[in-house]
Design a protein around this ligand. Structure first.
Ligand SMILES: NC(=O)c1ccc[n+]([C@@H]2O[C@H](COP(=O)([O-])OP(=O)(O)OC[C@H]3O[C@@H](n4cnc5c(N)ncnc54)[C@H](O)[C@@H]3O)[C@@H](O)[C@H]2O)c1
Length: 259
């Protein structure tokens, strides 16, 4: 997969899946704009991309704010002249039973996972449409396809929104030669997942090891994802090899959800 001289924005690039994606895209030859709300981790990812010999720009932004998204796009275009691919990855959640969820949970989770993803997609498409070229890769989740082990129902709804948005955006942006797809990770070893496991361990009175082993036992391939497993699918979808793939939501989950 050769992404030489492609310009890619990765949101939520400070750690986890976003960081792995930024590094894999740089390995494939892309210049990478890394965006996160956490300035410290953001700078670490930017330094790692730079160490691979690629150009990079670190932008601290809160992607729940449309004004911040507009600034992020403007700074990216000012630095690199165009955006070839957006990896719409930033997301938040917390482990909770449906009856314990609050209005604050709905607003916090949907602000980033649904609103932020939509406006990043719309604002980057504004830049791509006049050039008649672009790739948008949304990071959804198997939670949006009914995974019973989801962190919570509000999170599942936000990821269902991303899968649905991917279909409609692919239909409406396709005539502008913009491909839109989603990746639906299963269990991925990141800080977000560790936090979920910690809460499950506390609420169920089980050790972290037992909770993790139970989760892995539910995966047909009997292994969780590393962030790099998701990054490999992202690199493929950004590449010329995926030129006729659009409107799809691909699971990378070890066979967890047969959909
Ligand atoms: N880890 C999993 O098991 C898993 C499974 C399915 C889907 N996902 C999805 O993958 C994506 C990445 O998850 P991860 O596990 O790497 O999570 P993570 O918590 O390790 O990383 C998420 C990153 O997003 C950033 N971020 C959060 N809110 C932001 C905001 N308002 N503005 C800018 N940046 C913000 C965080 O600072 C962090 O660096 C998320 O959309 C998540 O829902 C993760």
């Amino acid at each position: 997969m050769d992404l030489s001289d492609q310009v890619v924005i990765v949101t939520g690039a400070g750690q986890g899946i976003g960081k792995a994606a930024a590094l894999a895209l740089a390995d494939a030859g892309a210049d990478v704009v890394v965006v996160d709300i956490n300035e410290r981790t953001l700078e670490e990812t930017a330094a790692a991309v730079k160490a691979k010999g690629r150009r990079t720009l670190a932008i601290r932004a809160d992607l729940g704010s449309v004004a911040e998204i507009d600034r992020m796009i403007a700074e990216s275009v000012a630095a690199f002249g165009r955006i070839d691919t957006l990896v719409n990855n930033a997301g938040v959640t917390r482990r909770a039973y449906i009856m314990d969820l609050t209005e604050e949970d709905w607003d916090r989770i949907h602000r980033v996972n649904a609103k932020g993803v939509f406006f990043c997609l719309q604002r980057v498409a504004r830049e791509m449409i006049p050039r008649r070229s672009g790739r948008i890769i949304n990071i959804a989740s198997v939670a949006g396809k009914g995974f019973p082990g989801t962190s919570n129902a509000i999170y599942a709804a936000s990821k269902g929104a991303v899968i649905s948005l991917t279909k409609t955006a692919a239909q409406q942006l396709g005539p502008h030669n913009i491909n839109v797809n989603s990746v639906c990770p299963g269990i991925v070893r990141t800080a977000l997942y560790e936090q979920i496991v910690k809460v499950m361990s506390e609420t169920e009175g089980l050790s972290i090891e037992v909770v993790e082993a139970r989760a892995v036992a539910s995966v047909p391939l009997r292994r969780p994802n590393e962030p790099e497993d998701i990054a490999d699918m992202i690199v493929f979808l950004a590449s010329a090899r995926a030129r006729n793939v659009s409107g799809q939501s691909f699971n990378v989950d070890g066979g967890l959800i047969p959909d």
